[in-house]
Design a binder for this molecule. Sequence first.
Ligand SMILES: Cc1cc2nc3c(=O)[nH]c(=O)nc-3n(C[C@H](O)[C@H](O)[C@H](O)COP(=O)(O)OP(=O)(O)OC[C@H]3O[C@@H](n4cnc5c(N)ncnc54)[C@H](O)[C@@H]3O)c2cc1C
Length: 432
Amino acid sequence: MTHRIVIVGGGAGGLELATRLGRTLGKHQKACITLVDANLTHIWKPLMHEIAAGSLNSSADELNYVAQAKWNHFQFQIGRMTGLDRTSKQIRLAAITDEKGKEILAERTLPYDTLVISIGSNTNDFGTPGAAEHCLFLDTRAQAERFHQRLLNHYLHAQASTENAAPIDVAIVGAGATGVELAAELRNAAHQLVSYGLDRIQPDDLRITIIEAGPRVLPALPERIGEPVAQQLKKLGVRLITGAAVSSITEDGLTTKDGEFIPATLKVWAAGIRAPAFLADLDGLESNRINQLVVRPTLQTTRDDDIFAFGDCAACPMSGEDNRNVPPRAQAAHQQASLLVKSMKARLKGEALPEYHYKDYGSLISLSRYSAVGNLMGNLTGNIMLEGWLARMFYVSLYRLHQRALYGNFRTLLLLINDHLGHTLRPRLKLH
Ligand SMILES: Cc1cc2nc3c(=O)[nH]c(=O)nc-3n(C[C@H](O)[C@H](O)[C@H](O)COP(=O)(O)OP(=O)(O)OC[C@H]3O[C@@H](n4cnc5c(N)ncnc54)[C@H](O)[C@@H]3O)c2cc1C
């Protein structure tokens, strides 16, 4: 029987893996590749803050899994994984219902010979009282679109009102890449909305505050990236509060551990990650305190050679570093997907599996149309700092590389042209 490789999670890593295995092993019937995802379409997660601000229209950028599977010789099954039976080698998928609760697909099981879990992570609110009820998150397209809709509703309400429009206070918890990039995109959106005639709320009346528990902006990145980013945020009128942990959140705002109250109409939690809760108790697989599956350098789970995990949902040791894991980043998911293409081929031939070594190629932070800052790291270039237009070009190229892995060179070029045409044919900001 053909070897069955089931990949659960078609995100930054899983979709690249399914596509590349489909084009090689699937096309030549050397293995049957099945991708399972809870949704029908894929959006690259690092774009979520742009969807939230409205600078990216998610409908124009989504990839349909059914069509991608057909074009790249793999199978697609919609479904949310909820459990695992390692003895019978089957995963369990939850029933799917429509918006009225009517069952479309019953609860099912899916057999595998090799299972790869790449279901990503969610924001970790660390159980902060009020966060789940009052904050918006940017983990999924639906959440990002909800933020955008709420922002737009304030503008539409102000426009139709006869009274003076009240300022909008946006509080972002976390000065990591997501929080910082969202703040800059929102500042851009505030200017764009006025340029389209929604001018009752002037740009300065969208008041943005970032609250960070660490001592500085971008605490996980080198200080020489954080410093120019902090300066740029200041120029954009973004208020930055560092060294302040948020202790509770209500409808009206946030309170820090020091007792400071920060009023906020819109509250976004953009700090920390944790893997989906069901991984913590997945038929005896080892997991860590943030629910990630613990894997070896081959990306096999520690207790089952037939189950691999990678990307944000996996705790993969960083080679040569004590107690440090590979960071939850798209570039790591991409590198691991590339390694797993080789691993799956080696596995079918009964050869030894390659080991993963994280290679940090640097970090790029986009500050919307205003600037971009980052560093590039490579054997030839060393560690170089980039800022402005050049950094922006490298930042954009990261998404183009993801598209290239999914669509190939020619179709990525067509998408590039289409996007440029779209900029002249569509409004610069999503206004619905
Ligand atoms: C706003 C934002 C900006 C970011 N910017 C950057 C950046 O600039 N650079 C960078 O390197 N990283 C960035 N990241 C982090 C990056 O997005 C992640 O590290 C990366 O997406 C992880 O890839 P993944 O394949 O592990 O998971 P994901 O890309 O999150 O994909 C997970 C997939 O699994 C599916 N899924 C989830 N649960 C289930 C289930 N139970 N059953 C079936 N399917 C399931 C989801 O639908 C999704 O398709 C950003 C993240 C955010 C939120």
